[in-house]
Design a protein around this ligand. Structure first.
Ligand SMILES: [Zn+2]
Length: 204
């Protein structure tokens, strides 16, 4: 696979934090609608998604993770060289290496919609995504390392796949158990409300 340079794009920083939707909610498990209007509503959604991702200390967030049925994700994530890349992708098309170019990496993965739980998940170590920014301009991102994993994980979300769907049953059960043990740390409206050392910080 060729390695075009990914140009990090600045993210907006004046959004409102929204509660994060959990696995099991129907919008997490079906393909979302294509973005067709690159309008003010989309810009507001993107601002809120960035604020929510940052409040939750995530590296990426898909629209269905704030309950919205639109194919858009935001990310801010380091690649294999520890270069931080950020951007907004609408209507993504994902490309991963096939055949002899395909190398799987079995690194830890987690999801803000199943907070507190991590387990190794095998994925190709490179990924490329094409799509559009929130203004409708075409763009492309290439990622290695955690960024490759993030681009795949977020695109998966927009097609209704959570990373638990990609795990063997035993690993998936372990993941749910881990989440359950830590669930009380994550109130229903997390990360609007964040519990840190039993101190409630209300960010709404
Ligand atoms: Zn996720």
């Amino acid at each position: 696979m060729s390695q075009p340079q990914s140009h990090s794009r600045p993210l907006p920083d004046d959004g409102n934090v929204r509660p994060i939707t959990r696995w099991g909610t129907p919008v997490m498990h079906r393909e979302l609608a294509d973005v067709t209007s690159f309008d003010d509503d989309l810009a507001e959604l993107v601002r809120d998604m960035v604020a929510t991702m940052r409040a939750a200390r995530g590296v990426g967030l898909a629209a269905n993770q704030v309950g919205v049925d639109l194919k858009v994700f935001v990310f801010d994530c380091p690649d294999d060289d520890n270069i931080q890349v950020s951007g907004v992708v609408c209507n993504p098309v994902l490309f991963v290496p096939e055949g002899k170019d395909r190398n799987l990496e079995d690194e830890d993965e987690g999801c803000l919609s199943l907070p507190g739980a991590f387990t190794p998940c095998a994925r190709p170590d490179e990924a490329r995504v094409t799509g559009f920014d929130e203004h409708g301009e075409p763009l492309e991102f290439f990622g290695t390392g955690l960024l490759a994993r993030c681009l795949q994980h977020e695109t998966d979300h927009l097609f209704g796949t959570v990373f638990g769907d990609r795990l063997p049953e035993r690993a998936r059960k372990k993941l749910y158990k881990q989440h359950k043990e830590l669930a009380e740390n994550y109130p229903d409206d997390w990360p609007v409300t964040i519990l840190v050392d039993d101190v409630v910080i209300d960010r709404s």
